[in-house]
Design a protein around this ligand. Sequence first.
Ligand SMILES: NC(=O)c1ccc[n+]([C@@H]2O[C@H](COP(=O)([O-])OP(=O)(O)OC[C@H]3O[C@@H](n4cnc5c(N)ncnc54)[C@H](O)[C@@H]3O)[C@@H](O)[C@H]2O)c1
Length: 282
Amino acid sequence: MVKHIAVIGSGTMGRGIAYTAALSGYQVALQDISEQAIAKARDYIETLLKTSLEKGYIQQEQGELVRENLTYTTSLEEAVKNTDLMVEAILEIMELKIDVFKQADEWAPAHAILATNTSTMSPTEIGATTKRPDQVIAMHFFNPVHRMKLIEIIRGLDTSDATMEIVRSVSENMGKETVEVNEFPGFVTSRMNCIIGNEAMNMLMEGVASAEDIDKAIKLGLNHPMGPLEMADLVGLDSRLRNMEYLYQSLGEKYRPSPVLVKYVKAGRLGRKSGQGFYKYQ
Ligand SMILES: NC(=O)c1ccc[n+]([C@@H]2O[C@H](COP(=O)([O-])OP(=O)(O)OC[C@H]3O[C@@H](n4cnc5c(N)ncnc54)[C@H](O)[C@@H]3O)[C@@H](O)[C@H]2O)c1
């Protein structure tokens, strides 16, 4: 039974996964290599607790539960040594993910499941670098984690049924719906989201319409809750570019990153996290 979850990487996704897991009653260790990232994650979680309490989304006791259940560390060994489930949420770079999995494979208990929150990449490739490929899987959460209903679960070639069932049950305990996907680059959601976002960026570059009007058209005309450019700003344009590059390499021309995306990342316009992307933020 899963009681302890180690979340690796405390950025946009890791801090949200840690908060949601702690609120669902799991003991959580949130790890990052950067002290600064840990401090930011702690501030984010404190602010989220405060606003959720004020708005009545959670009760006082639930806030206390989150604080009791959550610990922060910069040591991977410390985070995984007593864990039942690791969820890795570091940068979308295969070599970095493999390093984390190889080390976690040495330090985590034999029964522990090692999951990745990758948006596009192969849990089979990651699992093959460990001694437990049957216990490696992808748990793809969505941003912001505490509000989004879905976890897309991706089986690698050697992922066991037992691993699948445990991960599904943890996802349900976190109040999420799940879909099961057989591994293929970009799964269901990232592949679809990337192609819609890239088309919107190319339209912007071609002068078809302004960013505001492209987003408005897709929201009001196609009933999407967010426009594709707003969505890309939320995801982070650097993350989106890495996703597009991976899909382009693995699936071909259709996924070539829009030149406007490449240019914005070069300029440091990374979306909400840097204060400017397709829109400006305070
Ligand atoms: N941003 C999204 O909307 C979104 C949605 C679903 C999935 N994802 C996936 O989640 C993962 C994380 O994305 P993000 O947007 O949270 O990234 P982010 O850049 O916000 O955070 C990444 C964090 O990982 C830390 N890190 C880097 N190397 C590390 C290491 N070796 N050990 C521990 N920590 C390390 C960094 O310090 C940083 O704090 C990626 O694989 C991404 O594709 C992102």
